[in-house]
Every structure is written in C-alpha cells, then in structure tokens.
Write a protein that binds this ligand. Sequence first.
Ligand SMILES: Cc1ncc(COP(=O)(O)O)c(C=O)c1O
Length: 398
Amino acid sequence: MSIDHPDFDTRAVRAGTLRSEFNEHGEALFLTSSFVFDSAAQAAARFAGEDEGYVYSRFANPTVRMFEQRLASLEDGEDCLATSSGMAAILATCLATLRAGDHVLCGASVFGATTQLFSNLLARFGIEVTYVRGSDAQAWRDAVRPNTRLMYCESPSNPLMELVDLQAFAATGRAAGALTVVDNCLGTPALQQPLRFGIDVVIHSATKSIDGQGRVLGGAVVGTRAFIREAVLPVLRTAGPSLSPFNAWVLLKGLETLNLRMRAESASAAELAHFLEQHPAVARVFYPGLTSHPQHALAQRQQAAGGAVLSFDLRGAAEQLRERAWRVIDGTRLMSITANLGDTRTTITHPASTTHGRLSAQQRQEAGIGEGLVRLAVGLESTADLRQDLAAALDSLG
Ligand SMILES: Cc1ncc(COP(=O)(O)O)c(C=O)c1O
C-alpha cells in the first residue's frame, strides 16, 4: 500500500528509512568511517562525484543519511545535512554563505554561543553583525544594509521565548537579497515548520528536543537541495563538523517520539506557566502560550503549542536578584541543574550566570536577560510533582 501524502506522525517513524541487503526492520547503525570500493576506477569515480555511492563518513553515511532525510521531511525541506552539534550547524551555514565584508542581522535574544560566534569569531574574519529586537518587524527592515547577506533568528528564543513573525522576516530577507535562517531548536518541526513561512534555512541543535533524552550532541541544516548540496556539503567535506553515525542513530530514534514529547511537555509547561504567573514571588513569566505574552496571537498563528521552555523573572531588589534566583534553583529537588534543555527530565538554569554568562552585562541587559531570570525546560515528569517542587522552592524565599 502506498500513501501519497503521509501525515507528520507517519513520516516521523518511517521517512528516510534505508534497508540493507538483510532487510532489517530497525534502522541499521553503519558504524564505519569509510566504504570499500570494487576497484581503483570506482574509487576514482566516487571521489570525482561521477558514481553515487558512499566514500567516507565525513561526507556521507547511510545512518546519518536516514536521520537527514527524516528531519528534512518533518521540516518540509528538500534536503538536510547533519552536523556534530547545533553550533556546528550554525557555523557551517555561515561558512557556506558569508565572506569578508558581509553584514549579518541577528536577533538580540539568541543563544549565548551564537552571539559569541557572530560578535567574536566571525568578526575576526571581517564579518559585521547588528543585533535587532526579534519581535520588531520594522527594526529588521530598518537594519538592512546593502551588504546584508544573512538574517538570523530564533523563534521562540532561548530563554525569553520572544517570537519573530516568520512571514514578515522571510519577506524582509527576500527584499534584501539576504538568506533567512531560523534556529528552530525550541519550536521543533512538531510545533512549527519555518520553511512553510518562506524562510530559506532551518537550523537545529538536535542535542535538545530531537534527541529528547539528553544523550548525544548533534545538529542539522535544512534547506533547498541546491543550498544543502552546493553550499553546505563542501563545508562539511572540507572543514569536517560532521555527525557521527552513532549519534545519528540515536537522533533518528528521537525523531520518532518528538511529536508525542513536544505535545506532552507543552501541556505541562503551559500549566506551570499559569501557576508561576499567580505566584507572589514571580514578577513576570515568559511563555507564548500565556495570554499575557505580548505575542500570544502570533504564537497561535505560527506554532501548534507553546513549547516546553519557559522563563520567569523573580521579584526583589536588584542587588538580591541573583541570590534569590540561585536559592530557587537550589531549592528544587526534582529538577536537574544543568545547561541542557529538551530532555525528558526537567532542567532548571540561571541564564545570566551560565548559558549567557560570557556576554557582557550590557549585552545581557540589551537581550533582557536579568539576574532574577530562571529558565525551566519542562520534561515528562508529572506536572503535579513539578508544580509542588517549584512551589516549595519559591515559598522558601519568604
Ligand atoms: C537555541 C539554541 N541553539 C543552538 C544551540 C547550540 O547547540 P549545541 O549545544 O548542540 O551546539 C543551543 C544550545 O543550548 C540552543 O539552545
């Protein structure tokens, strides 16, 4: 039986599957660095790209390929290349696109290492960056320069859950002749597919919800076949930030349950966000599923649910905010104090002193990441247990 347009859930468990001569049902793990050629002539043809087969796992590997094809299908993209981490995916996209003298527009509220990449590393190679408030569509348009080659954002952003209007962002990029790139790490294809809004390229830290169980690092770039094959593949071949077949196999399994996990974690996060919003120790909750979120209407248009991540600002005198945030974090018993997110186990973090600790105080202030901000990445524990854990930690503030 063949089904013309299988649904997301069907593609999540079946898309991209390749079978070897043994016709195995579970996807095989091809733990090999290279592939054997029948002859010297075949080796030469493979290296020259005249023969389609596999050569070396830095370029391509069947297990990695299965992961790439499944993720491309879920993102509604033509093709995908997997990388060793999310940062490697961002770097590979930049190396595939930018040259000295180019200008990048980046959302002000993005992952700390992404800011470091643009402001410190790429700046050394003559690439300029301007940070723009992600939610301000006019600010993106106003910041475009004649040499703007790439526009980069997260939506929702980590950790403030700020949204970018993806349709407007794509239109600005098209008008500017710039490549639009969206880090879809927090949304995941289970909640939104940026390419459907006209975005050119989607980036993933597969380390997060795609793995979903905090086991391996991985990343991916999804886009048109031409961009992936002609621009990104040469970077992987030459610079080598490729995904290991073992990690690809783990991530392939993660994709199978992504939708189930994202729906359950979003429901739990929404309930916790409501609880936090009522708590007297909390000044503000950042969660797109709340009606108090300034972009709630956009979230409803753009995302299938609010997502698993939320942040909240504590009340208190400015000089006490870090201490209060640390007390809440240390006061939880069930949650893990760790930098990862998108795990089945809930994680709790103080962004200002960890994930965003390498930013200057001014950069953090501009990004809205205060000392009293706490980030939760909600997992699959019982929501009642999580609420009780948070309540005890918050009540201890007095
Ligand atoms: C939104 C976002 N993008 C990218 C990354 C980088 O991913 P990785 O740690 O897999 O390099 C992270 C990591 O936390 C992230 O939160």
